[in-house]
Design a protein around this ligand. Structure first.
Ligand code: UDX
Length: 480
């Protein structure tokens, strides 16, 4: 099929590269000439595993092209995916100006009968608004549909090609049929063998991918509800972590036991120093704004946000209770990105922590495998270092902020030897507390009371052969 994508950001570039990888001819248009030049050279303007390979493949197979001129990209496309930014104001109001100007462009250049598919996260009612714009601009000769994206950074290629579901919101049959055709190789899991190989480490599933069709408003709301529920889950487990810390329990064991209930499931129950990124904070505030402007209370959403704000104080509180005064202390942050597998620092807890510490006259230094430049305004708050030894030298505390797998190989004993005070704050419960303590550290994890090992009788270890799902905190299913 002939497809077009408007917007060459994370969502647009991944959509285009993946659609080309399953055999469609895709033309991407963006107003940012620099971004287009990079993509033409086969380079992604962001960090995302697998994307460069797909861009290169699309280019050599001549299935993928990048344009600044919409007149080159839009005519001839059966489906035009709208993947533009929708930023929020602090009150949750969503700025739709990029959507508006993209709709004007599509309206001018797309063929009669083409489908404009909105993939940008936008408030409930945006599809309706787009439809009314098209009606006004060209008498409604384009179809409108919604197809929310559920791509997590770092696994976006996998999430696109092996999704849990594909969600379509539409008013009539034509867009549904065209989208079903475009997604058929993904729905029916008919991916080319090189792609299957590339995804080999992902969670392979069998059977067709659910292709869910709703009205546009339900699809738009489902997107916000998904992200909000995930954020609520993390805030919930973080609230329980605070209780665990107080009561001498270990949140990692609590979460494991809770998550084994099939009605609950194990995902998004990892306690830590709070959620961040480009989606959760933006979407939960937007949904709260949508509800509140209609006189609804959105209490759960507000509470999730409040818990998260509170959670971002964890590091500073731990340091304060350990050192009494923070003035002149030196702290090393292990990780800056909001999660591993990306260099994205939008709404990253690291920035909030660095600001709090800088305010208390703490010298903040950091190390991150992907982040090589600091966001504007942080150059004087954080000193970016290249190796863990420099980070540890003379430090009063190390704080694990992002659970990069690389950090598992750190020589804790050596780092501890370089430090002024051997304090390790594990903001993601990444390290084995025993290993950290036996390396000489005073170790604190989130929701892991320090004395747990002494208070709770040790449970028998899991049998090495037992499958992950059969083990309940060290007791195998067979023994239960
Ligand atoms: C999210 C959604 O997962 C994705 O479907 C949507 O399209 C975009 O938003 P992303 O922002 O890339 O994706 O990150 P995600 O992996 O969902 O993590 C979000 C935040 O929650 C991160 O800060 C992460 O550290 C935190 N988190 C996640 C936890 O603190 N604990 C968990 O158990 C899971």
């Amino acid at each position: 099929m002939e497809l077009a994508v408007v917007g060459a950001g994370h969502v647009g570039a991944v959509c285009a590269a993946c659609m080309a990888a399953v055999g469609h001819r895709v033309r991407v248009v963006d107003v940012d000439a620099q971004r287009i030049a990079l993509l033409r050279a086969g380079r992604a303007p962001f960090f995302e595993p697998g994307i460069s390979e797909l861009l290169e493949q699309g280019r050599t197979r001549e299935l993928l092209s990048f344009h600044v001129d919409p007149a080159e990209a839009l005519p001839g496309a059966a489906l035009v995916f709208l993947c533009v930014n929708t930023d929020n104001g602090p009150d949750g109001s969503v700025d739709l100006s990029y959507v508006e100007s993209a709709v004007q462009t599509v309206s001018r250049f797309a063929d009669d009968g083409a489908v404009l598919v909105n993939r940008s996260t936008a408030p409930v009612g945006t599809a309706e608004y787009i439809r009314s714009m098209i009606e006004e601009l060209r008498g409604g000769s384009l179809h409108v549909a919604v197809n929310p994206e559920f791509l997590a950074e770092g696994t976006a290629v996998h999430d696109f090609l092996e999704p849990d579901r594909i969600l379509i919101g539409a008013w009539d049959k034509t867009p549904i049929a065209l989208l079903a055709e475009a997604y058929a190789p993904i729905v029916e899991r008919r991916l080319p063998s090189d792609l299957r190989e590339m995804l080999a480490n992902g969670h392979r599933r069998s059977g067709d991918v659910p292709f869910v069709v709703t009205d546009p408003a339900s699809a738009e709301l489902a997107k916000y509800a998904s992200n909000s529920l995930l954020a609520v889950r993390v805030s919930f487990i973080n609230e329980i972590a605070g209780i665990a810390e107080e009561l001498g329990a270990d949140i990692t064991k609590v979460a494991r036991a809770v998550g084994l209930d099939t009605r609950i499931g194990p995902h998004f129950l990892r306690a830590g120093i709070g959620w961040g990124g480009s989606c959760f904070p933006k979407d939960i505030v937007a949904l709260q704004g949508i509800a509140e402007t209609r006189g609804l209370s959105a209490r759960m959403l507000r509470a999730a946000n409040e818990v998260n704000t509170e959670q971002r104080m964890w590091t500073t509180r731990q340091l304060q209770s350990h050192f009494k005064t923070l003035f002149g202390r030196r702290v090393g942050l292990l990780g800056l990105s909001f999660k591993p597998g990306t260099d994205d620092m939008r709404n990253a807890p690291s920035l909030e922590i660095a600001s709090q510490l800088a305010q208390a006259n703490v010298q903040v230094r950091a190390l991150d495998p992907a982040v090589k430049t600091l966001p504007a305004g942080f150059e004087d708050k954080i000193e970016l270092l290249e190796d863990p030894e420099s980070l540890a030298t003379g430090a009063d505390a190390l704080v694990l902020v992002t659970e990069w797998p690389e950090f598992a190989d750190l020589d804790l004993r050596r780092l501890r030897g370089l430090m002024r005070t051997p304090l390790l704050l594990d903001g993601r419960n990444f390290f084995d507390p025993e290993r950290a303590r036996s390396a000489g550290f005073t170790y604190m994890g989130v929701g892991r009371a320090q004395e747990v090992a002494g208070v709770v009788p040790a449970l028998p270890d899991a049998e090495p052969s037992a499958g992950d799902d059969e083990v309940l905190i060290g007791v195998t299913a067979a023994r239960r």
